[in-house]
Design a protein around this ligand. Structure first.
Ligand code: HEC
Ligand code: HEC
Length: 406
């Protein structure tokens, strides 16, 4: 996994593929650029800077399906205590995140990972921090039956609610042509995924600067920060910017030195125990979200490859200024802390142990204090206009969150 870099990436921004740890080609996907984001401003430029939204051939977008998915996404009845909907942790008031280090599910239970935004998740080649689900359809079935999220034992209670709800029944009939007993969890998953494929947003100051050549769209500090992002900071090697669009993710998995130090001494034993439990039928979704140490194994939990210990999917950086805290374990509170971690070569505090599985792409950057500020300013230029008035959700205490309306 050697990393060849320092091709001088100029402002014309070409991309370097970093280590090819793993990536899943979007084989069964077709693309459309016509999807209109729900609740987005009507401006025709909302998708500026984004590629076409990949739409699976077996789940085409329709307005009725999107509306159904929206409703399902917000329905807290689909949980063991009636308080947890998807939007509890992916709250549109806070760029579809919850502002917490670890999300809180039913009865105030916490998981092990930070809730990523759902905005632009449609562009990833796999879902979850470790990519354990190939697509949004597969992803959406998991939290419903995860013991620390919606907490249902299986999907049956959801189907029971739907079958007693005439509004749902007529919607499923219209959308999928199915009635009553024919409604399955796969229909539910397809509708939710269709809704999520409308949660796409570009047109940030960066997009206007870079793709529309509006030189005034970014401040001087942001322009300097952009230069650092593509050159000295080497951020662009994983947080990809292409010539005509930018998802800010390579959809690959890298160990950048987050969380892994907590299990460092114990990796061989933990890794072996995890594989054994998995081979005995253990469910990865439940294992990683209920056990902190298993969570830190990262992509290894999915592939069993030692080189992927502590590796996580490169997240998009769009709307990053309003989705704190950061990283799979929510351990970094500010963008400055993130940049300092990279500047130290993959150590949150200078002098921390560097883990043996660290990506070859992570090296000390020698950024000065003003350069760190410029890079942070650039990341603030990635907020889309419809979220510009939002802030990261204020941390809430678990007691208050329990039973709170999503
Ligand atoms: C209790 C909080 C909680 C609830 C409820 C919840 N999620 Fe999540 N969501 C998370 C966390 C935490 C993760 C990251 C887990 C991981 O990667 O292992 C996540 C990951 C995701 C991802 C992957 C995004 C990415 O960057 O890979 C999507 C999409 C998503 N959730 C959608 C949903 C949907 C749809 C529902 C409802 C069916 C839902 N979530 C319910 C907390 C929650
Ligand atoms: C080798 C690939 C790689 C490089 C280079 C890289 N990143 Fe990342 N970045 C990642 C991965 C992987 C994660 C998630 C890691 C985790 O949670 O353990 C991440 C996470 C982040 C996050 C937090 C995102 C979130 O939603 O929590 C920010 C912000 C970020 N990177 C900014 C940068 C900046 C700025 C640079 C350049 C100084 C950079 N990255 C360089 C791969 C990379």
């Amino acid at each position: 996994m050697r990393f060849l870099l320092l091709l001088t990436l100029s402002l014309t921004g070409y991309l370097v593929g970093a280590e090819a740890a793993d990536s899943r080609p979007p084989d069964k996907l077709t693309a459309t650029s016509e999807t209109k984001p729900a609740g987005a401003q009507s401006g025709e430029n909302n998708l500026l800077g984004l590629p076409p939204v990949p739409i699976p051939v077996n789940n085409p977008q329709t307005p009725a399906k999107i509306a159904l998915g929206d409703k399902l996404f917000h329905d807290a009845r689909f949980s063991i205590d009636g308080t947890v909907s998807c939007s509890k942790c992916h709250n549109e008031q806070h760029a579809f995140t919850d502002g917490l280090q670890f999300s809180i599910g039913h009865h105030g239970l916490t998981g092990t990972r930070n809730a990523p935004t759902v905005i632009n998740a449609a562009f990833y080649h796999s879902q979850f921090w470790d990519g354990r689900e190939p697509d949004l359809e597969g992803q959406s079935k998991q939290p419903l039956i995860n013991p620390v999220e919606h907490g249902l034992a299986n999907h049956q209670p959801i189907l029971d609610i739907i079958r007693k709800d005439s509004d749902y029944l007529s919607a499923f009939k219209t959308v999928f042509g199915v009635s009553d007993k024919q409604v399955s969890i796969d229909h539910v998953a397809k509708a939710i995924a269709s809704f999520e494929r409308t949660l796409v947003s570009g047109n940030s100051p960066f997009d206007r600067y870079y793709f529309k050549h509006e030189t005034a769209a970014m401040t001087d500090a942001q322009v300097r920060g952009f230069g650092l992002f593509t050159n000295q900071g080497r951020c662009v090697s994983c947080h990809v910017i292409e010539q005509d669009q930018a998802v800010f993710s390579d959809s690959r998995f890298h160990n950048i030195g987050i969380g892994i130090n907590q299990i460092q001494q114990d990796v061989p034993r933990l890794a072996a125990a995890f594989l054994e439990a998995k081979n005995k039928g253990g469910d990865v979704d439940k294992m990683v979200l209920t056990d902190k140490k298993s969570s830190e194994l990262g992509r290894f939990a999915v592939t069993g490859e030692l080189s992927q210990i502590g590796a996580f999917k490169t997240p998009t950086l769009r709307n990053i200024a309003i989705t704190a805290p950061y990283m799979h374990d929510g351990s970094l509170k500010t963008l400055k802390e993130v940049i300092i971690h990279y500047n130290n070569g993959g150590a949150t505090k200078a002098g921390d142990t560097i883990n043996p599985y660290l990506s070859g792409g992570i090296r000390p950057l020698n950024l000065t204090e003003p350069q760190i500020d410029d890079l942070a300013a650039f990341l603030e230029a990635l907020t889309s206009p419809q979220y510009a008035k939002q802030t990261s959700a204020p941390p809430i205490n678990p007691a208050a969150a329990e039973g709170a309306k999503p």
